[in-house]
Design a protein around this ligand. Structure first.
Ligand code: GRF
Length: 196
């Protein structure tokens, strides 16, 4: 098999999108492998799952640390593991401008809305409250601003009559698990529709 692109995944919690990235990487034609799962919370559930897959993990609490100092530690780990692409997967921290600057164009995030709508939290409740007929998820390149940056791929789903935020979230999450590995593979193959 040709050399695969080395991906580091940053998580803060459950890590189901991280797991979807890892599981997709088992396909023989997947162009990437996950070589590091890092978390800003040592209790993040996804860490245990990654360890169970024999993937190197790292965690450190960001509590009490300046953002830039914490991101230096993250960057050291990414560099030590030879990471080439960074995937944020439920990573609940805004990155420092220094980290974004160093990895610009090589960091992606998944967000549970049809960006540019509903950056930040409570995306499903906000979509329902607005009466939106469609919801979905987006994979985008990471910039200094929250949930900003060029969108590389989206999946649209209908909002069903009577949907609760939890019901909608569950359907969108399933779509996230399909979209993220697909877009990441396109990106590392150089096939993603990057903006000029
Ligand atoms: C996902 O909905 C993701 O889009 C958002 O946070 C959630 C993380 O879930 N950024 P998980 O940790 O990947 O299960």
């Amino acid at each position: 098999m040709a050399e695969r692109a080395r991906v580091g995944v940053l998580i803060s919690g459950r890590g189901s999108n991280m797991a979807a990235l890892v599981e997709a990487s088992a396909a023989p034609d997947c162009p990437y492998e996950v070589v590091l799962v890092a978390a800003n919370d040592p209790a993040a559930a996804g860490l245990a799952w990654a360890r169970g897959q024999c993937i190197p993990t790292w965690s450190h609490s960001h509590v009490g640390m300046p953002r830039a100092a914490f991101d230096v530690l993250v960057d050291e780990q990414l560099t030590a593991l030879g990471v080439e692409w960074v995937a944020l997967a439920g990573y609940m921290r805004l990155l420092s401008p220094e980290l974004v600057g160093k990895w610009r164009g090589r960091i992606v995030n998944i967000h549970p809305s049809l960006l540019p709508k509903y950056k930040g939290l409570e995306t499903h409740a906000r979509a329902i409250a607005a009466g939106d007929r469609q919801a979905g998820c987006s994979v985008h390149l990471v910039t200094e601003a929250l949930d900003d940056g060029p969108v590389l791929g989206q999946t649209r789903l209908p909002v069903l009559p009577g949907d609760t935020a939890e019901e909608l979230a569950a359907r969108v999450l399933a779509a996230e698990h399909d979209l993220y590995p697909r877009v990441l593979a396109e990106l590392v193959r150089g096939e993603a529709p990057l903006p000029a």
